[in-house]
Write a new protein. Structure first.
Lengths: 143, 143
DNA sequence: GTTTGACTTCGAGCACACTCTAAGCGGGAG
DNA sequence: CTCCCGCTTAGAGTGTGCTCGAAGTCAAAC
């Protein structure tokens, strides 16, 4: 029961990463232990797919390559460093939570700006009324 | 009642951007119309501060420089393109909302991984019990 | 048996967003 | 008057994360 090895092309298709990126990740120490066929071609296991899925989520939430590599090093080193892996993931999780909060607040501010424009345009829809002098005369720059 | 003009150093202090970055933004077309003293030195108005605050939020939510520049061009062009400004902001808002959703989902997945490690470590706190054979034997890679 | 095409490694190239340097000017302190 | 500091411009350099190209190998198709 070998777990159905995949070529780089199949993994690229399934993960959305390019072959170039998959090779780059491996070269850069982000992968755990990608197998090789007799020909030297890469063969990915289902476990590799799961790993790629995880590090893709880490990357998409803003973890730098070097930190993903650190995590991969810990996993490659084997049992005994679970506390450090946990600390790394927890620190990242907190950073992501903080960033989500910040971005949500900024989005609110942007939505206010959108409402400002939407109100102005909708209130002015009949072009014969509504002159441009309706603007708040003070805020002379932030449009 | 001139609105208290600020030097680049003061604006850097207040906004958290460096002087370099403030000059770079201006050179790159992201600013609206930064004034100059007789000496040629930049003088920022309160309105400029508000604009910087806005584009900082746009940048922090992932809007590329070139799109901020486009928005600035529209503002510089004056009245009559409010619909395009609105469309630009709305498109960005939707992208940000989508990204927040994605990141929240990824964060959930990362939190699950954290719980996996936290449970393992806490369950193993007395080092004499709890051998490493407790792991799920199947998931051989994604740690 | 040769062609085709996907794979390999290694190194260079690119986009983005700053970040810094060099050369020069100007204005207040001593 | 001279020093020094902070400003000016133009342009070069940096870090991150891919992205691509060249040269070569291998295996199945014709």
């Amino acid at each position: 029961m070998t777990p159905a090895e995949l070529t780089i092309a199949e993994v690229a298709e399934r993960t959305g990463l390019t072959r170039h990126t998959l090779r780059y990740y491996e070269r850069d120490g982000l992968m755990i232990g990608v197998g090789r066929a007799d020909s030297g071609h890469r063969r990915y296991s289902e476990g590799d797919l799961g790993w790629i899925d995880l590090i893709t989520k880490l990357r998409a939430t803003g973890m730098p390559i070097r930190e993903v590599r650190r995590y991969a090093e810990l996993v490659r080193a084997g049992d005994g460093n679970e506390d450090e892996r946990l600390a790394l993931l927890r620190a990242h999780g907190e950073r992501v939570r903080a960033q989500l909060d910040t971005m949500a607040a900024y989005l609110d501010a942007i939505d206010m700006k959108i409402r400002y424009y939407a109100d102005g345009i909708e209130a002015c829809e009949p072009p014969d009324s509504c002159l441009s002098s309706r603007r708040p005369a003070v805020a002379s720059v932030p449009r």
